[in-house]
Design a binder for this molecule. Structure first.
Ligand SMILES: Cc1cc2nc3c(=O)[nH]c(=O)nc-3n(C[C@H](O)[C@H](O)[C@H](O)COP(=O)(O)OP(=O)(O)OC[C@H]3O[C@@H](n4cnc5c(N)ncnc54)[C@H](O)[C@@H]3O)c2cc1C
Length: 382
């Protein structure tokens, strides 16, 4: 049996950043994933990272996560890890005045772009007379493969042991403490602390281990990939009216999505193919907004599982009923923006024994006594 100070269960964005922060703090860490790191929602994401979010707490997390990505990229000389393309939210002008208040309050550089100014920087996008663009120039897109490449290297340097294709099947527990965990491949680990970071799989896993059942709602999200003529200039853009977003993916392609959510019971049953109705809906909304629809073609798309909570806030803190187990979950469609900063808060709270630094809104015990809840996905965009 191998002994660790902290075991992270799950190698998605929340798991790798938890392992990173814990190892930086000096702990001997193991990261366990039932498949390959990044094979959950993280590896299927659209890579968008913006500070234009509806909740102040999310904007703060997003700012900190952005700094952490930049640190990771510069430490490792990984220029390709992220690209500072900025983000434009196209909204009715009255709405833009409201949403830009929070950007001002939090000192986030932004500008309001008129229809004519938008036409200059994104000439292929159709804007209505009543709309303006809220432009945050320092927002980024993340190259997930590059992030994993960097993370694998740095976690190795920090002596984190990574066990892939190892799924926890049972635990030994005394009173309020987990002592050890056993995997399907007979590996067994003793650890002082455990962080459950298995995203949409936390619910089934923790229920099966008789720990606690997070009241998460599991859903499928999809995105489409289109060809892009080389001279078609686009930036990461969100349309407030139709909720679609897109972002370039290299010179020749772009990714389009709308935070589509179809609720499922089990992330293992996430459909592998995009739905024809989804293609139709996205295509109609997209063609409404670009000047040259006949020049683009759909080349594919993909799906992935996500988890959210009944109030839309994530779950971060001690697992109710346990003293040495923690959970990070319910990242919704904002995991890339929320997770690096949330993982840092969580690890700091464990290392410093300081629970008060965790946001109260994220406390897992807020759901105590909750029996029935409507399985719906709250959208918390700007
Ligand atoms: C199509 C799509 C587009 C998206 N676009 C964006 C975007 O542009 N920006 C953004 O911020 N967010 C986006 N998201 C949301 C984001 O991907 C999620 O919020 C985030 O990936 C959740 O990360 P996670 O670490 O909690 O879970 P996951 O990434 O799902 O990771 C969970 C990990 O746990 C592992 N696991 C499962 N069971 C076990 C077990 N028993 N033992 C050990 N390990 C286990 C899995 O193999 C997996 O690797 C998108 C999601 C999808 C699906």
């Amino acid at each position: 049996m191998t002994r660790y100070e902290l075991i992270v269960v799950g190698g998605g964005i929340s798991g790798v950043w938890s392992a990173y922060h814990a190892a930086i703090s000096g702990k001997k860490v193991a990261l366990i994933d039932s498949s390959q790191m990044g094979s959950g929602g993280t590896g299927r994401s659209a890579g968008i990272h913006t500070t234009q979010l509806a909740l102040k707490i999310d904007v703060k997390l997003s700012i900190r996560s952005l700094e952490l990505y930049e640190e990771l990229a510069s430490k490792n000389d990984y220029e390709g890890l992220h690209k500072k393309l900025g983000f434009i939210s196209i909204e009715e002008s009255w709405m833009a005045r409201e949403s830009s208040k929070m950007l001002s309050e939090l000192n986030i550089p932004y500008s309001l772009l008129s229809k004519d100014e938008l036409r200059k920087i994104i000439p292929n996008v159709i804007t209505r007379d009543s709309e303006v663009g809220v432009y945050t120039p320092y927002d980024i897109i993340i190259n997930i493969s590059a992030m994993y490449e960097a993370m694998r290297k740095i976690l190795k340097e920090l002596n984190v042991d990574i066990y892939e294709y190892s799924s926890i099947k049972g635990i030994k527990k005394i009173d309020k403490y987990i002592l050890s965990a056993k995997c399907n491949n007979n590996l067994e680990f003793i650890s002082d602390e455990f962080i459950f970071a298995a995203g949409p799989w936390n619910k089934g896993l923790m229920k099966q281990l008789n720990l606690w059942t997070p009241p998460t709602i599991i859903y499928v999200c999809q995105v489409l990939l289109f060809t892009k003529p080389k001279d078609m200039k686009i930036l990461p853009t969100y349309f407030q009216d139709s909720h679609i977003y897109f972002r370039p993916d290299g010179d020749w392609r772009f990714i389009v999505g709308n935070g589509y959510a179809k609720i499922i019971d089990n992330p293992d049953y996430c459909p592998t193919r995009i739905e024809p109705e989804y293609v139709r809906e996205i295509a109609e909304k997209l063609f409404d907004r670009i000047t040259n629809p006949s020049e683009i073609n759909i080349i594919g798309g993909w799906t992935g599982p996500c988890s959210t909570t009944p109030d839309g806030y994530p779950i971060l803190g001690k697992v109710p009923g346990l003293e040495n187990a923690w959970i990070i979950d319910g990242l919704n469609g904002y995991g890339l923006m929320r997770a690096p900063a949330m993982a840092e808060l969580l690890v700091n709270s464990i290392v410093k024994d300081a629970w008060q630094i965790l946001p109260k809104e994220f406390d897992p015990t807020r759901f105590n006594g909750l029996k029935d809840y409507e399985p719906k996905v709250l959208e918390l965009h700007s």
